[in-house]
Ligand binder design. Structure first.
Ligand code: NAD
Ligand code: MG
Length: 389
């Protein structure tokens, strides 16, 4: 057997975000295994330039066209190719300059480049859960057709993926997605009505981008993850259970037909599922802090309170009804979170906005990609109009 090491060329889409930066830490720590060959960012040109100078990628993409001259100027002395604008994300995703895409753009914006990578036969390490929430059927069908793996980065799905190794012939009875519960665990509506953005941005266990942090505080994140799990693991809605597990140590579990349960455990540190997805099928040594059972006297699990955290109930409805409803819900949620972060609406008004948009956007049971894109646009405009955004 050859001992020659193959360096995996990673395209980090969304390199300036929380996942993107942690992925670059993993890549930097393993220069014999990985290189960062594509870096993309929407706005944060200073960080993108800094990353480009450090990692010498083949290509960088800056989403905001206005930032292009500054990036171009800063990287003038280097051979790095610089692209800008939304369309160039898809163009670069189709290029044969990388081996694995890390899809770490946030929101609906990640769908097209991720789908382009899959259509071009590129394996994807998927952090951008919204891609599967919006158009999971289309993305997964394409992945099967192209015979490429979609390796989850989301910690719960990485846990399930790891539990399923060696179990290809054994049907899943159910999966249990664990949720930290966010900063407002145990709180009731009379408290939530007064919650402000600063409070909602304080997550007890994870340090993440703003959108997913708000989604965690409303439990919408877990709703999106139920839909993500459905597509990744080909599950029926009733096979997906959510349990609140405030310690965030058990990252998720799978129960098989014999009743046996497998779980994956570890400290809440996204570098671990990121590293696992980049290195799959191998595990690589690292110096991350390790879980020690002696420091945890109890690991607890309880039912989520979906009467108070109604976003999770709405997501369960979208999961059940399928069609374009998850896409509509996702679009309304993106508008709601944006408006909440801008202090334009209150914490509970986010739920009302999502619910109204789900009720009023035309339902399509088996949408095409174009219809998903149209539903997203319709729902965004509808939601933004309600709150005069
Ligand atoms: P973030 O906001 O920190 O970073 C988002 C990245 O996407 C940035 O590089 C940004 O420049 C880019 N981006 C934003 N809008 C864009 C647009 N319109 N077009 C192109 N690029 C755009 O987000 P994050 O917390 O790193 O999350 C990224 C994804 O990973 C999300 O889908 C999130 O749900 C998922 N995820 C994150 C975590 C976490 O710990 N942060 C955990 C699990 C899953
Ligand atoms: Mg998660």
């Amino acid at each position: 057997m050859s001992t020659e090491q193959h360096i995996k060329r990673i395209a980090v889409f969304g390199s300036t975000g929380s996942i993107g930066c942690q992925a670059l830490d993993v890549i930097a720590a393993n220069p014999d295994k990985f290189s960062a060959d594509v870096l993309t960012a929407q706005n944060n040109e200073d960080l993108l330039i800094q990353q480009a100078l450090k990692f010498s990628p083949n290509i960088v993409v800056i989403g905001d066209n206005k930032k292009y001259p500054k990036v171009k100027e800063a990287l003038n002395e280097t051979p790095i190719k610089i692209f800008s604008g939304e369309e160039s994300l898809e163009e670069v995703a189709a290029m044969d300059v990388y081996d694995l895409m890390l899809a770490a753009i946030v929101g609906f914006a990640g769908l097209k480049p991720t789908l382009k990578a899959v259509s071009s036969g590129k394996p994807v390490a998927l952090a951008n859960k919204e891609t599967l929430v919006v158009a999971g059927d289309i993305v997964m069908r394409k992945a099967v057709e192209k015979r490429i793996p979609i390796i989850p980065v989301d910690s719960e799905h990485s846990a399930i993926f790891q539990c399923l190794i060696g179990e290809a012939r054994n049907p899943i009875d159910k999966v249990v997605l664990t949720a930290s519960g966010g900063p407002f665990i145990g709180r009731k509506t009379n408290f939530l009505v007064n919650v402000k953005r600063e409070h909602a941005l304080q997550h007890p266990n994870w340090n993440m981008g703003a959108k997913i942090t708000i989604d965690s505080s409303t439990l919408m994140n877990k709703g999106l993850e139920m839909i993500e799990a459905k597509w990744l693991f080909n599950l029926k809605p009733e096979q997906i259970q959510v349990l609140i597990h405030p310690q965030s140590i058990v990252h998720s579990m799978v129960q098989f037909e014999d009743g046996s349960i497998k779980a994956q455990l570890g400290l809440p540190d996204m570098r671990l599922p990121i590293q696992y997805a980049l290195a799959f099928p191998r595990r690589i040594k690292n110096d991350f802090p390790r879980m020690d059972f002696r420091k945890y006297s109890s690991l607890t699990f309880e039912e989520p309170d979906i009467r108070t955290f109604r976003n999770l109930a709405l997501a369960m409805e979208a999961l059940q009804k399928g069609g374009n409803l998850p896409c509509i819900m996702n679009a309304a949620n993106e508008i709601a979170v944006y408006a909440f972060l801008k202090n334009r609406i209150g914490f509970l008004e986010m739920t009302d906005l999502i619910e109204k948009t789900m009720q009023k956007t035309p339902y399509i049971s088996r949408p095409t990609l174009e219809e998903y894109i149209e539903s997203d646009g319709y729902a965004r405009t509808f939601a933004a109009d309600i709150i005069h955004l």
